[in-house]
Each structure stands twice: as structure tokens, then as C-alpha cells.
Design a binder for this molecule. Structure first.
Ligand SMILES: [Zn+2]
Length: 69
């Protein structure tokens, strides 16, 4: 299985970071950190085309075919 190659993080302070896959699959990994009292909360989401991908674990990396013109 192809692994995602995450690009440079785009930071959205204070909590959020987005990384887009450089392999052309169009998936963006969103990482967030929040502090809630003494606990740090950390989670990840995966998005493509503005929609969150609901999957357990990391979605597969498959390049999206270019749209037919
Ligand atoms: Zn990918």
C-alpha cells in the first residue's frame, strides 16, 4: 500500500495543523491539539474535497484520476 507523503504543515494557531499529501491523492490530514485543564487532547482527521473521511485509521493513498476534459 502506498504511504502518504505529507507536505509541509500549514499551521492555524493555536491548535490546528493541516498537511496535504504530495502523492496526488488529495487527502489532507488535520491534526489538532487542545489543552483541557491538565490533559492534552490530540486527534487527527482526514479530509478530501472539503468532506471528512470517516474511516478507522488512515485512508489509503490512491491518486485521484484527473477529470476527463
Ligand atoms: Zn496520499
Amino acid at each position: 500500500m502506498t504511504r502518504h507523503r505529507w507536505g509541509e504543515p500549514k499551521r492555524f494557531p493555536p491548535f490546528k495543523t493541516e498537511r496535504e499529501c504530495l502523492n496526488g491523492c488529495g487527502i489532507v490530514k488535520v491534526t489538532r491539539h487542545e489543552s483541557e485543564g491538565p490533559r492534552d487532547i490530540h486527534w487527527q482527521e482526514f479530509w478530501r474535497d472539503g468532506e471528512q473521511i470517516r474511516s478507522a485509521g488512515t485512508p489509503v493513498c490512491e491518486p485521484v484520476p484527473a477529470p476527463a476534459v
